[in-house]
Design a protein around this ligand. Structure first.
Ligand SMILES: [Zn+2]
Length: 103
């Protein structure tokens, strides 16, 4: 009778628009950094769920999270980023590593 064919169903895993929304925090190294956009102020709100780092960044509205993250990292490592810590009861993250900063 009929030939039996194994039907191959290629499983294409396409994550539907799942851009990474959680990033690695440059301060504590945990992957708990989130970026939100405030449409009113046109600012990106950067928050870390671990060390409670909080920063605001003015960004063009066309920016995506990854772009903001890149900019955020640049500023952070250049020491130009203004940030604070929310609920900073434990001030463990107070290590000022003064690496060779050429200015
Ligand atoms: Zn952190």
């Amino acid at each position: 009778m009929g030939k039996r064919r194994k039907r191959r169903k290629p499983i294409i895993r396409r994550a539907p628009r799942t851009l990474p929304k959680v990033f690695q925090c440059p301060n504590c190294g945990m992957k708990t950094l989130t970026i939100d956009f405030d449409k009113n102020t046109k600012k990106a709100i950067i928050r870390c769920g671990s060390c409670k780092l909080y920063a605001e960044l003015e960004v063009p509205t066309a920016h995506h999270e990854v772009d903001v993250y890149a900019k955020f990292l640049d500023l952070f490592f250049e020491g130009k980023l203004e940030y604070t810590f929310l609920e900073g009861e434990e001030s463990e993250a107070k290590e000022e590593s003064s690496e060779s900063t050429m200015e």
